[in-house]
Unconditional design. Structure first.
Length: 407
């Protein structure tokens, strides 16, 4: 039995969307007719999977966000702790969800579970929703017979990750808004205000100060070549994105980013925190250290850090200690290496990995807050300097006219 999404119209002409289970589209159409609905479209899981593999700008279907994944994970953990059978828990989550996409995914996962597949394998049909770490943790919970507790910890992990991303996203809104508004104001002044004012001075055949001539040159350049500059910027952006698809070029960029004074530290700490948190979560769920390192390394975004983790994984496979293997790469901070070494000696590695992750996440938050707090006065000074330059360039010819008139 498979899961189908449908779009139908009732007798009042209202459009309805939902999910039904059946063996074939013909059976779904009959079920809809029995309910007094006229079927319009019926899509299978394969259709949704093909649509999910399309580029995001070609797909008009709403995807499941991290908040929805966090919510359904928490619900599944709660139902599992209440000793409710897995297929019944999945059906309950699907029926309670207000999002058609969530209902369709959960019903499809339930169909696979009813066919005899494990929950982790059933979730593997939706890799864009359930990550490798997510599925590996669920698989470890199923094999250990402790799925309820593992899902509870996984729900905490997903919520923490979502909260961290939201905090960073909110911290970046204000700087981006200031930069956008500042650029818009300067462009408006240079393209529409300055030319009209300067035209008055030029029509009087007045000799203009050097600052005013510079302003006129900049304004004329923006008027004549602004569209070409914008086109060149778009072209460079497209070229940059294509170059980033090349592994060698992307590696060079990522290596250079790690060497930058402040940004490099933030990128390093974010990747280390993600790796340690994933490693700690998987180890807590019972995943082997080599498999946990492999999955954790695949979730790291920086290629240089990922390469270092792959090197450390090979050394651990050869019998080297985790702290020594990671420390020899020169990527990971010394404090986290001390915590991991302490965890290896005390047999409390899982907790030390999570502690190292929490410490680095706190460092990232502190650095981000500091940069944002410094960004505001810096932007005010820069914008004040630009506006002062424009105002002086306009006022200087006026002062010259007043002096000539007084003579």
């Amino acid at each position: 039995m498979a899961t189908f999404e449908y779009t139908a119209v009732n007798q009042q002409g209202q459009q309805k969307k939902g999910v039904l289970e059946g063996d074939a589209p013909r059976q779904i159409r009959q079920q809809l007719r029995d309910k007094g609905l006229l079927p319009l479209t019926i899509s299978t899981a394969a259709d949704r999977k093909n649509q999910a593999e399309r580029p995001s700008w070609l797909s008009f279907q709403r995807k499941i966000g991290a908040e929805e994944v966090s919510m359904l994970t928490r619900q599944l953990a709660t139902l599992a702790q209440a000793a409710i059978p897995l297929e019944e828990a999945l059906l309950t989550i699907a029926n309670q969800s207000q999002q058609p996409r969530v209902r369709a995914v959960m019903m499809e996962v339930r169909s696979k579970v009813l066919e005899g597949y494990s929950l982790a394998i059933a979730m593997g049909n939706f890799p864009s929703i359930f990550s490798k770490m997510y599925r590996a943790t669920v698989d470890a919970g199923e094999k250990s017979g402790n799925l309820a507790n593992v899902l509870e910890r996984l729900a905490d992990h997903v919520e923490q990750q979502q909260a961290a991303k939201k905090k960073i996203r909110h911290a970046m809104i204000y700087p981006i808004l200031i930069v956008s508004v500042s650029i818009a104001i300067v462009c408006f002044l240079m393209l529409f205000v300055v030319p009209n004012i300067i035209e008055v001075f030029i029509s009087n055949d007045q000799s203009l100060p050097a600052m005013t001539m510079v302003l006129i040159t900049l304004s004329d350049g923006m008027q004549q070549y602004g569209i070409y500059g914008f086109a060149a910027l778009c072209g460079l952006t497209i070229l940059w994105r294509r170059l980033l698809k090349r592994e060698t070029f992307k590696m060079r960029v990522h290596t250079y980013l790690l060497k930058m004074p402040i940004l490099g530290k933030i990128i390093r700490l974010m990747n280390c925190a993600r790796f340690f948190h994933t490693l700690g979560m998987l180890r807590t769920a019972g995943v082997s250290i080599l498999e946990a390192m492999r999955i954790g390394g695949s979730l790291v975004s920086n290629l240089q850090v990922k390469k270092a983790i792959e090197t450390a994984t090979r050394q651990v496979r050869e019998g080297v200690g985790i702290s020594k293997a990671l420390g020899d790469t020169g990527i990971f901070p010394p404090l986290s290496m001390h915590l991991i070494a302490s965890g290896e000696k005390s047999g409390n590695l899982d907790a030390m990995l999570l502690r190292a992750s929490a410490y680095h996440e706190e460092e990232v938050t502190t650095l981000t807050d500091t940069i944002v707090s410094l960004f505001e006065p810096i932007m005010i000074i820069v914008m004040g300097g630009i506006v002062l330059f424009i105002v002086l360039a306009i006022l200087l010819p006026i002062f010259s006219l007043d002096q000539l008139a007084s003579i």
